[in-house]
Design a binder for this molecule. Structure first.
Ligand SMILES: Nc1ncnc2c1ncn2[C@@H]1O[C@H](COP(=O)(O)OP(=O)(O)OP(=O)(O)O)[C@@H](O)[C@H]1O
Ligand SMILES: [Mg+2]
Length: 307
């Protein structure tokens, strides 16, 4: 790791950069740590952008596990069952084959039509270091890394001194992003805007939460990312998967009327959290000519109680 250099964070310039005409903005959701909320976050961002009237393509690079693909399939099935006009992304899944050249060809075959027809391409990556995932990282205009609010998850970004909480050195995932930034720069692509968001935040002001905040802020400066507030720990994020819905689809006093007042308040707060996350991404507006009419879905019931 001797050659590791912190990358200057180009977030401000990136946020102000116009989209390349005729090309979608590529948002990659990545973290080598499994179970950090990548697929859940990817789906929520996709539906949020669809709700704003943007054209969204989604790509699942974790096709073996297939969570993102299943989420989209569940959504289509729910819409058909309930006869609802839910906004849908154009979805593709790319299978790993173990052959780098073949995987590159498969990935580009999925990416190219998405990039030329959509406003945003959202790529969900596996929670491990794979060739497909590395490839996707070099295509990211924006890289979003969800991180469980735990020092176990942070360990993939940096080694931390247990006594002082000082950063000892960046670790594997930070190094991988740095390498992918270099490849991107050699290709003449504009710099990636890397954002780390904390996921499954506890509502309690625990010491771990405070310490994580301090270390992440220090790390942001050291390895060049910016932070977004992220999502709280809420049961509703797990419950929505089976119906393919997101918090953005739920309407206050949903048609089923099975939402108690406190639960509804919790959902409203959660939905705001998702909206705040999307606005913190500072994505460029959809290309001119994209339908300005929001693709709204009818009010629908919350599938199960929870929050
Ligand atoms: N904010 C949250 N509150 C509660 N549960 C959550 C939250 N975010 C994610 N989860 C749950 O955590 C688990 C992991 O989420 P998810 O599958 O989205 O992570 P992932 O990073 O895509 O995982 P993998 O690396 O295996 O692909 C799931 O059970 C999901 O429902
Ligand atoms: Mg996943």
């Amino acid at each position: 790791m001797n050659d590791f250099r912190p990358a200057a964070n180009p977030s401000i310039a990136q946020a102000q950069a116009a989209r390349t005409p005729g090309r979608a903005h590529v948002l990659v959701i990545g973290n080598e740590k499994g179970g950090s909320g990548k697929s859940t976050t990817a789906m929520h961002i996709a539906v949020s952008l669809l709700g704003d009237g943007a054209k969204v393509a989604t790509i699942d690079l974790d096709a073996r596990q297939g969570t993102f693909t299943r989420y989209v399939e569940n959504r289509a099935a729910y819409a058909a069952r309930k006869e609802l006009a839910l906004p849908m992304p154009v979805h593709a899944a790319v299978q790993a084959s173990g052959d780098s050249a073949d995987e590159k060809a498969r990935f580009e075959a999925a990416l190219e039509p998405a990039v030329t027809t959509a406003d945003f391409v959202i790529v969900d990556t596996p929670g491990s270091d794979t060739h497909l995932s590395r490839l996707a990282h070099t295509w990211a205009d924006t890289l979003l890394t969800p991180l469980n609010d735990s020092f176990i998850d942070l360990d993939l970004l940096a080694r931390i001194d247990p006594e002082t909480l000082k950063i000892v050195r960046p670790s594997v995932y930070a190094e991988a992003v740095w390498k992918q930034r270099q490849i991107r720069s050699m290709q003449g692509a504009r710099p990636v805007d890397w954002i780390v968001m904390r996921n499954r935040l506890s509502s309690l002001a625990a010491r771990n939460k405070r310490d994580m905040g301090t270390v992440i802020d220090a790390l942001a400066k050291r390895i060049g990312f910016r932070t977004a507030r992220g999502l709280s720990e809420r049961v509703i994020y797990r419950e929505l998967f089976l119906s393919g819905l997101t918090l953005l689809d739920l309407k206050r006093g949903g048609a089923g009327g099975n939402t108690g007042p406190s639960m509804t308040m919790s959902h409203v707060a959660a939905r705001q959290e998702v909206r705040d996350l999307v606005s913190a991404l500072n994505l460029p507006p959809p290309a001119p000519g994209t339908s300005a009419a929001p693709a709204t879905s009818p009010a629908m019931p919350v599938p199960q109680a929870g929050g």
